[in-house]
Design a protein around this ligand. Structure first.
Ligand SMILES: Cc1cc2nc3c(=O)[nH]c(=O)nc-3n(C[C@H](O)[C@H](O)[C@H](O)COP(=O)(O)O)c2cc1C
Length: 213
């Protein structure tokens, strides 16, 4: 059963642009045939708790001898990792909040990046290697190449480094900017550009949903 793990992290409910776009991908994935399944978690509605102790960045065998025993947190982390390992494709809705990831998504990332389990440390451990992560990232403003804010995006780089470099996944990024043009009167002039980006993003996500396995 080809399984898509869909994670959303917007706090905007029905108005969320990233959720509309992850829905486009998930619907196209499911429409392929009855075998294509979607496992979904909305990290805003159903957040993963913060790691209660830094030792959880490591598997038990690599923790310091005086690390606290945290069986509940270990079990939660194992569940989050197992859900990722069961996914053939990972889809993430990642809005920009203060130039960065929503904290709910960052916490999910903290759970799944574990050297020696999901990333190489004392061996070539990279169980997600070669699988694809599709990042759908939305932002109110623009961070175009060559503009004064071109380096302000701190959403995509950590996802690319953790999922791409550490976990060895192939990372596809779909970006939609100017989303606030639909709700902020002073930005209404940007609306045409936003709508063109949205349509192109939806087309690209439908294409990816049919092409990936
Ligand atoms: C708490 C918060 C912080 C935000 N910070 C930024 C920001 O730093 N840069 C930006 O361009 N837009 C920012 N925005 C706007 C969102 O990125 C924009 O509304 C985007 O569409 C959110 O994704 P969503 O539509 O899926 O909810 C912020 C929105 C919120 C709620």
């Amino acid at each position: 059963m080809p399984t898509l793990l869909r994670l959303d992290s917007s706090s905007s409910g029905e108005a969320s642009v990233s959720k509309r776009l992850t829905t486009v991908f998930a619907d196209a994935w499911q429409a392929r045939d009855a075998d294509h399944v979607v496992v979904a978690r909305d990290l805003h509605a159903d957040p993963v708790p913060h790691l209660p102790d830094a030792s959880l960045h490591w598997p038990p065998r690599l923790r310091a001898a005086d690390a606290p025993a945290l069986p509940e947190a270990d079990a939660t982390q194992r569940e989050v990792i197992d859900q990722l390992l069961a996914a053939d494709v990972l889809l993430i809705g990642a809005p920009m909040y203060n130039y960065s990831l929503p904290s709910t998504l960052k916490t999910w990332l903290d759970h799944v990046h574990v050297p020696g389990v999901t990333a190489p440390f004392d061996g070539d451990t990279q169980p997600m290697r070669g699988r694809t992560a599709v990042i759908v990232t939305t932002r109110g403003a623009t961070y175009d190449e060559g503009s004064p804010t071109a380096t302000w995006d701190h959403v995509v780089p950590p996802l690319q480094i953790v999922l791409g470099e550490a976990l060895g996944m192939r990372v596809e990024v779909v970006v939609v900017t100017r989303t606030l043009s639909t709700s902020v009167a002073g930005l209404a002039g940007e609306r045409g550009a936003f709508e063109r980006e949205y349509t192109a993003a939806a087309d690209e996500l439908r294409r990816l949903a049919l092409a990936l396995d």
